[in-house]
Ligand binder design. Structure first.
Ligand code: AMP
Ligand code: ZN
Length: 459
């Protein structure tokens, strides 16, 4: 089956065809590095990683670019409030540069722990200031900008289909916001360049044709995607919140300068919720990969948990459902382990699997195919090879998994051996006493048809 993907721009499932086969240009909006990523953010990156793996399964070579927002993202998407990096700097006493570096590394660690494929190109906003300035100049030369006392703004009323991605009701919004527009001409206008406040020394600021300052948040993605993927490329992704502000603004900038709508497909991952509310960094307490590790939960169980819901539906997080995912993942791992060496994959199951993943990345149904495979009466070697093939998309590291082997000390093994001897000679009292001795030393014996099995006793 051909690959079909949901495109937010047209609000429809469309057949995916690369603009320049076999290469696919994929741009995924990356983290704002003023804090750790929470499990919600990571749900979006897992969706993008699955997308990339499905593209690769279809034989495409994916050129994956991810940006790191280390400047310009203000506390409010409405272009007001502090820069998140400078705020983070005040919170921690570290420089904004140190914070960016620290949280970028923490983010990359999280991606590794969730077995995500690394983007081919990482691009930092602060490494691309000249590109952003050049793009703003281009937008200015085409007549889409105006100046206020705090920056250079994009005049969204000059672009007839501004906000099409969000299906924004511009007139309604404008009517509702007349009073608090400030110097902005339209409620949806946004900053391209912000001036450094006169009375404040900023840590991150640059000279520009308009004065010292820093770029607005949206311009980096238009500038860097064009640099690495061209002015019109295949797929642009982000979380569902980007449908309303960030992505319409990226499109507006690129349309104003280059005349394209930036990407052929726009795809968005829906939110992870905690107790039915959106999980957000600004909410203070949030769950992250480290939280899982501290509770003895394998991060890949969270990955498995995410596979259980379609990326275009909200997913509610509970510890019980994560426990359910852990148990199911363990079952799958154990089955794969016991199947031994892989043979050749089963064509019929591979076909069924591709049908599901190519149907707009339907991972819940791909998992259902997997359980069907587990229960089938195919030879183990075939099952194993088929499952490992599926795992190129799931990314659960099933080929590497082994049950944890515990080393039982020689002295304990000797006691178990003596107990076996006593049992053979029907000296039941001695055998029982030896079992008690082993128990007291912290081990338990399970008698199986293959002989006794010893393992550390659960306390
Ligand atoms: P940020 O670091 O805040 O810029 O967000 C990084 C990515 O996470 C963006 O693509 C957001 O859309 C996405 N995101 C934010 N909150 C959530 C959530 N609760 N669930 C899923 N994705 C989210
Ligand atoms: Zn972006």
């Amino acid at each position: 089956m051909e690959l079909q993907l949901f495109d937010t721009y047209t609000r429809s499932i469309r057949k995916f065809e690369p603009l320049h086969p076999p290469e696919v240009g994929l741009y995924t909006c990356g983290p704002t590095v003023y804090d750790y990523a929470h499990l919600g953010n990571l749900r979006t990156y897992i969706f993008e990683d699955i997308l990339r793996r499905v593209l690769e399964l279809n034989g495409y070579t994916v050129k994956h670019v991810m940006n790191i927002t280390d400047v310009g993202h203000l506390v409010s998407d409405a272009d007001t409030g502090e820069d998140k990096m400078e705020k983070g700097s005040r919170r921690t006493g570290k420089t904004a540069w140190e914070i960016a570096e620290f949280y970028t590394q923490a983010f990359k660690d999280d991606l590794r722990r969730l077995n995500m494929k690394e983007p081919m190109i990482w691009c930092r906003a602060t490494d691309h200031i000249p590109e952003q300035i050049a793009l703003i100049q281009c937008i200015e030369a085409k007549g889409y900008t105006y100046r206020t006392s705090d920056g250079i703004y994009f005049d969204t009323s000059k672009l007839p289909d501004y906000g099409y991605l969000a299906r924004l009701d511009i007139e309604g919004l404008q009517a509702g916001a007349r009073v608090d527009l400030g110097e902005k001409r339209n409620v949806t206008d946004f900053s391209l360049w912000k001036f450094s406040p006169a009375n404040e020394q900023r840590q991150m600021e640059w000279d520009s044709p308009w004065g010292k300052g820093f770029p607005g948040w949206h311009i980096e993605c238009s500038a860097m995607s064009a640099k690495y993927l061209g002015q019109f490329f295949d797929i642009h992704c982000g979380g569902e919140d980007h449908i309303m502000v960030h992505h319409p603004n990226e499109i507006a900038q690129t349309q104003a300068c280059h005349g394209t709508r930036l990407a052929n497909f726009w795809m968005h991952g829906y939110f992870l919720q905690l107790d039915e509310a959106r999980m957000a960094k600004s909410a203070g307490a949030f769950l992250r990969v480290q939280t899982l590790i501290e509770r003895g939960i394998d991060p890949l169980a969270y990955r498995f948990f995410c596979l259980g819901a379609h990326y275009r539906s909200k997913l509610n997080f509970t510890w019980e459902s994560l426990q359910g995912a852990t148990t199911a993942l363990d079952r799958l791992r154990m089955a794969a382990h016991e199947w031994g060496e892989p043979g050749a994959p089963d064509e019929k199951y591979v076909g069924k699997f591709i049908e599901q993943v190519n149907d707009d990345l339907n991972m819940p149904r791909a998992l259902a195919v997997t359980w069907e495979l587990v229960k089938s009466d195919l030879p183990n070697a075939k099952k194993k090879a088929t499952l490992l093939h599926f795992d190129n998309v799931f990314g659960l590291k099933l080929a590497e998994w082994k049950p944890v082997e515990t080393v039982v000390p020689e002295a304990i093994l000797a006691l178990v051996e003596q107990r076996q001897q006593a049992r053979k000679e029907k000296r039941w009292k001695d055998a029982d006493a030896l079992r008690v001795q082993v128990h007291a030393a912290g081990y338990e014996i399970e008698d199986t048809p293959q002989g006794p099995r010893v393992r550390p006793r659960k306390v």
